[in-house]
Design a protein around this ligand. Sequence first.
Ligand code: OGA
Ligand code: MN
Length: 299
Amino acid sequence: MAQTQTEATAGPAPSGAPGAFSLRRLSEIGGVEITGIDLSLPLSARTKDAIYAAFLEHFILVFPGQDLDPAAQEAFSRQFGDLEGNVRRLVPGVLAPLVNLVTNVDDNGNPTETPPTHGNYFWHTDKSYRPAPSLATILHAKLVPSSGGDTQFANTGMAYDALPEATKQRIATLKVVHSWEASRRNTGNVPATAEEIADSPPVTHPLVRTHPDTGRKVLYMGTHTSHIEGMDYEEGRALLRELLEFAEQPQFVFTHQWRPGDVVMWDNRTLLHRAVRNYDMKLEKRLLHRTVVKGTKPV
Ligand code: OGA
Ligand code: MN
């Protein structure tokens, strides 16, 4: 694991915000810890650009020891683009309508093994069942279990690069159907309602996606996928399973262990992610505040 310390000079500081921050690489597949910056303060354009450059280079940004109220998290997130709405599980009682909850705490305040965010425990990339899926997801840890409750990331650009040449050729032009209905089925969740299906009709995305900012090829798949367009249904499902098993090998995976105050921002265009059930969900509470930056149609 690389432990190098890099100084990133991010330009002149606006009032209150630091002009430089420190980066520490967290793994070979990506992830960098960024310290020396208070995300509750407005960022200068140059600091913001330096953060985005780190995001493109390292895919996962970990900012420890932050203390953002929902309005501040929303303001930080907005600096990277428009935010996705989320009608479910909004943070109650605050004027930050685009911040929602990722938690195993039910409406009565009790931890549960079957949280509404159950689908998060399967490898996925956010909103891939939508025509324009999520660019970045930003989670801010408020309550974390005494141990576990990790989030894992799989680097699908590295996984793509490592595929045999014959496989790369075989999958080069394939298109994958993603849908909310398939997602609910794949995760053993209560079936999607007719209303939900009408709201999220199936969409088709390339299996090999070109990252819009870096031009890098990545595998674009996960638990929201149904089948491969124009291929026998079971054959397509088997291929998707095989590619997912390839991408989730340890050499492509980074595990983030949460500390209260962590802000983690990741690139959904080149990562799969999942929550890990490695804590006592019946007894321990896990609560994160979530914002999501809108993305573009995959090509
Ligand atoms: C998400 C998500 C994973 C986790 O917020 O989109 O998948 O570890 N979260 O909670
Ligand atoms: Mn997710």
